[in-house]
Ligand binder design. Sequence first.
Ligand SMILES: Cc1cc2nc3c(=O)[nH]c(=O)nc-3n(C[C@H](O)[C@H](O)[C@H](O)COP(=O)(O)OP(=O)(O)OC[C@H]3O[C@@H](n4cnc5c(N)ncnc54)[C@H](O)[C@@H]3O)c2cc1C
Length: 394
Amino acid sequence: MDFALDEELRMFQKMFRDFAQNEIAPLAETLDREERPPLETLKLAAEQGFLGAPFPEEYGGSEIGTIGYCMMLEELGKVCMSTAMIIEVHTSVATMCIYLDGTEEQKQTFLEPLALGEKIGSFALTEPGAGSDAAALQTTAVRDGDDYVLNGNKIWIINGSIAETFVVFAKTEPAKKQERGAWGITAFIVEKDTPGFTVGRNEKMTGLHGIPVTTLFFDDCRVPAANVLGGEEKLNQGFATAMKALDYGRLGVGAVCLGVAQGALEAGVQFACEREQFGGPIALKQAIQNFIADTATEIEALRYLVYHTAWLVDQGQKYTKEASMVKLFGSEVADRAVNCMLQTHGGYGYIKDYPIERMYRDARVSRIFEGTNEIQRFIIAADILGEKGLKIRP
Ligand SMILES: Cc1cc2nc3c(=O)[nH]c(=O)nc-3n(C[C@H](O)[C@H](O)[C@H](O)COP(=O)(O)OP(=O)(O)OC[C@H]3O[C@@H](n4cnc5c(N)ncnc54)[C@H](O)[C@@H]3O)c2cc1C
């Protein structure tokens, strides 16, 4: 067992850290205040190969492996969760669907511009009536000549107004609906300017103000049959693609949360050393030391979980349960970290002059998106009980 980073990973870590500190951090407060995406830094990140970090070079990726990719997300998450999550969703779920299950032709056409960061990707599964029960989606796709005609709405779609390539999930076998289960759902690659496809306004959210989260409308939207993800042989099997990409996504969310927690801890430690009450820094008070010690311990545990899971991925091993653990634990560690560190700031933590106020609002949703933590607990328990021959339902 070797926990040491090799020379190449140390180099990547330094590069990500420098980039995050020098380019991403200075914009974080502005994005939050102006409620706009970081288009200028996304362009810079694309030039550095960040938007295709885990994909092979032959498709325009940087091929740095999942450990390197998680390091990147950790460093981005530390300074700006909005920027980190735009890149995470673009890479881990949207582009990953095409990489995992796209045909060779689709990879050449769609994956390369996404991996190069020439285009931003988006992943559209959730609907008003289909959240945790995502397979209950109602958007339909009906074959008509050389096209499929899509009708329905998607909600809360990250990157909605900045993406050019959308992976959209729709029912191709509505008659099978009564059987429940995920068969009958197909993934489509939908390009931004496709007639019948429109993007709604950006949602007003508690935090993550740098992320455009929108509704998508499909109104007799004609998508070429050639854009069925994986071709006709993957027809009706799109839900499996979504679940595989979400495994990778949940690891990505955990890596972002690791960064968020670390960023919060560093902010809290600095404040505690500077803020004086009762004649000395509050860092000398045991209550504050406990916040610091508990947060640091949880972060360390999370770090091992994230990088061990990333290692499993790079070894080609099964990691669905571990990805859910990373997402569950990571989001709860981040949420506790921002909470403790806001408390460490006292009243200063509740006003907008200190970044912890933004971090606190940003972190909360990590317990909800890419599958709520209640659903992650179900996935973990289902895996464990499944080994005992017990099949459980959500
Ligand atoms: C900011 C944001 C960005 C998002 N981005 C995207 C995106 O890019 N693409 C996309 O497709 N989706 C996206 N989503 C959707 C997100 O994945 C869903 O919100 C999430 O899966 C939960 O669905 P829901 O909100 O409908 O909650 P519901 O499913 O209605 O759940 C409500 C509550 O009930 C609990 N619950 C539900 N079922 C069970 C069960 N069986 N057992 C125990 N508890 C249960 C949930 O855990 C939750 O606490 C985003 C959401 C947000 C808020």
